[in-house]
Write a protein that binds this ligand. Structure first.
Ligand SMILES: Cc1cc2nc3c(=O)[nH]c(=O)nc-3n(C[C@H](O)[C@H](O)[C@H](O)COP(=O)(O)OP(=O)(O)OC[C@H]3O[C@@H](n4cnc5c(N)ncnc54)[C@H](O)[C@@H]3O)c2cc1C
Ligand code: FES
Length: 524
């Protein structure tokens, strides 16, 4: 029987195809003090891959995960394992130079090989398979850009080809596209299950429903108990150990996914990506990403994603969260007209770094604290690269990726886009302090939330399915952003750095590390 995650233990109200399809990956709670060599905070692909690499290298590893394994953004991914990055290689070449760009491209290929080898060595039954992928132009993008991208991939030594139509694609048959051969896909939660079994076999410990706080160079407090460690890896998607530094270098975006059943054999297992809407107001141009996953004996699941916007700012395009799926379905049907109904819909949060690359390695200013963050839409490979790199750093081994992915790096990309994103934060901060979505509690129907002004106070108010009213401060405990109601995932989301809270104010995503303050409010 399919088991859903406990609603408090996932990062959204809509279960994904992955989280519905497997038993929750649950271990025991940490219930006492602990001494270990390496403490890994976070049980997504980043934390578990790092724990696996370190345990395999002979180190004593303890993983603590706030929810279940995979209950963060990893459980809401679409799991394209690819070196066709969601930023363009010609931009990466511009920001990092040709030689570093070659190393970057090679690091993603190495990550795919690592995953493939791990699946084979650990005998993980997760449907890993190699597939071809096709990158084609969004109608708003220029033809020269596809040529430029192709030329860049060739300079970097990638085995790409320019094709003159998009295989198996119904909409624009004579469109050119770049073929990226031999990409990969898998069932992400089955992969995590295999990794977690291997970690335990190698002597590692995993604790779920175990929340870390007060992280410093000595360890952390977990479920109120002291945990001492020689090295600490913060793999919480967005770092929860840092108030400011990293949150000025990356920005949260919400991305939407649908899963639709189509009869097996209609399409070959492949991946398709467009180059993104260049007319979009967002710095990270939203693009579409599509692939197939086996569903049952009769059907495959066509999984399509896109329609992104900055977290908490869907209304800035007059397209609230719940209407994004209609746009996604219509885009998908125009190109893959093989399905009638969507079986799944969910959304998740992606951290977009300022210069296309994730931040992987030593936390700025720390010797023994490491972070994996800023994965953009390439978290499967970025997190795997982070795991391999951090393993070398812990062992004191040199790694040519260290300076490229360093969270302390400074690149030329601190100009226009950086200023736009910072400007967007300042604008949101000012605008949200003077606006509210509801005037009184009775404006809310059951299952709805909103932001209410009471004098100088901002309240995050939610009416539950039984009609009871819940009220908290709408001021984000991280750095004071005003939260926005996300009616689709039933959460309060911070538009500044992406902290998120359940409808009743419990923190789900950092960087905030505490719940919302409760505020008494009479119903009217
Ligand atoms: C809709 C969507 C589609 C995507 N598609 C792709 C794709 O096709 N290909 C690709 O490569 N990438 C994709 N990505 C990106 C990728 O899924 C993510 O980058 C990746 O899963 C992040 O993994 P993680 O381990 O860093 O974070 P998470 O999976 O979020 O793991 C972090 C964990 O830390 C835990 N945690 C947080 N705070 C604490 C604490 N204080 N104590 C203990 N535990 C804590 C959380 O509960 C969470 O489980 C997609 C993302 C989204 C949202
Ligand atoms: S996440 Fe930084 S202010 Fe809310």
């Amino acid at each position: 029987m399919a088991v859903s995650f406990n609603a408090d233990k996932t990062s959204g109200a809509n279960p994904s195809f992955w989280t519905e399809g497997v038993e929750p990956l649950l271990f025991k709670k940490l219930d006492g003090p602990l001494e270990t060599d390496i403490l890994v905070v976070g049980g997504g692909i980043a934390g578990l891959t790092t724990a696996y690499c370190l345990a395999k290298s002979g180190r004593k590893v303890s993983v603590v995960e706030d929810g279940y394994l995979g209950s963060g953004e990893t459980g809401r991914t679409t799991a394209h394992i690819t070196y066709a990055l969601d930023d363009r290689y010609y931009d990466i070449e511009r920001y990092f130079g040709l030689e570093k760009a070659k190393t970057i491209a090679a690091s993603h290929i190495e990550a795919i090989l690592f995953i493939e080898k791990t699946v084979m060595e650990e005998n993980i039954d997760c449907g890993f398979r190699r597939v071809d992928g096709y990158l084609f132009l969004d109608p708003t993008d220029k033809h020269e850009n596809l040529d430029e991208e192709f030329e860049s991939t060739q300079r970097l030594g990638l085995p790409t080809e320019m094709l003159y139509d998009i295989p198996t694609f119904a909409g624009q048959l004579r469109e050119r596209c770049i073929l990226f051969p031999d990409q990969a896909q898998f069932h992400i939660l089955k992969y995590l299950k295999g990794l977690s079994a291997a970690i335990v076999r190698l002597g590692g410990e995993i604790y779920t429903e175990s929340r870390a706080a007060d992280i410093d160079k000595r360890g952390a407090t977990v479920n109120g108990f002291e945990v001492r460690a020689n090295h600490i890896v913060v793999a919480t998607n967005t770092p929860v150990n840092d108030l400011f530094t990293m949150h000025t270098k990356q920005w949260p975006y919400r991305s939407y996914v649908i899963g639709a059943k189509i009869p097996k054999g209609t399409l070959p297992y492949s991946m398709w990506w467009d180059t993104g809407n260049q007319d979009s107001k967002w710095v990270a141009k939203p693009y579409h990403y599509v692939r197939l996953e086996p569903f049952d004996d009769r059907d495959d699941l066509l999984i399509a994603g896109g329609e992104d916007h900055k977290t908490g700012q869907a209304d800035e395009e007059n397209l609230p969260e719940e209407h994004r799926y209609a746009a996604l379905i219509s885009w998908t049907k125009a190109r893959f007209p093989y399905f009638n109904e969507t079986a799944y819909r969910w959304s998740g949060q992606v951290m977009e770094p300022v210069d296309c690359l994730a931040f992987l390695g030593r936390n700025p200013g720390d010797d023994n604290i490491y972070i994996i963050t800023g994965d953009s839409g390439n978290g499967m490979t970025h997190c795997t690269i982070g795991a391999m790199l951090i393993t070398d750093l812990v062992h004191g081994r040199e790694n040519s990726w260290e300076s490229i992915y360093s969270p302390s790096r400074i690149t030329i990309k601190t100009g226009g886009d950086f200023i736009s994103e910072v400007g967007n934060m300042a604008y949101k901060m000012a605008k949200d302090w003077i606006s509210s979505d509801i005037e009184k509690p009775s404006d809310l129907k059951s299952g709805e939330g909103g932001i209410l002004s009471r004098g100088l106070k901002k309240l995050a108010v939610y009416r539950d399915e039984d009609g009871a009213l819940h009220s908290c401060s709408a001021v984000c405990p991280h750095l004071g952003g005003i939260l926005q109601w996300n009616n689709e995932e039933k959460s309060f989301d911070c538009p500044l750095h992406g902290s998120r809270f359940t409808a009743e104010g419990v923190v789900i995503n950092g960087p905030a590390d505490s719940d919302l303050a409760k505020i008494r409010l009479e119903d009217d």
